[in-house]
Design a protein around this ligand. Sequence first.
Ligand SMILES: [Fe+2]
Length: 184
Amino acid sequence: MLCKKLHHAAFRCKDARETVNFYTEVLGLKFSHAMGEDHVPSTGKYSPHVHIFLEMDDGSAIAFFECPKDPGNMKDLESPDWIQHFAFEVENVDAVLQAKADLESKGVKVVGPTNHDDFILSIYFFDPSGHRLELTARTCPPQRLRDFEEEAPEVLALWEQTHDWSQRDKLYGSQSGYAREKQA
Ligand SMILES: [Fe+2]
């Protein structure tokens, strides 16, 4: 496979200092790199900014730009705010639950835990710029992952036919939940 792992995903932030403090102090990430430029390296366009990287255990990072002279918002404000988000994988379900308690003790409002299809268990909260973050742990055995992969094209095909899930029982065996035949 060409693409080996996540290097970084980048977002805009309101305030680089506040962002570094949040990701290092609240989530324990490493402030690994900061690049300062008056011109965008790829396009040459004038835009004084700082580009900061907050690194996880595996070397992957979430990155931000504080670019005060540019127009626009921190994120897409027209779509519902649950859509655009960034998910960090944690060790296990206990780590998700512990993180929820830790975040709440630091005054961060947390949604969840939410079980997604017995695939992952997640909690959600917002960073200081309004970006939605997710902490998630894998909850399914390897065999289920193969089932999910096999089923994915069928899920997409049914979506393209109906653009809702009025016929979801065809795939999932139920009008609600995920009572698949394949499921052990
Ligand atoms: Fe997610």
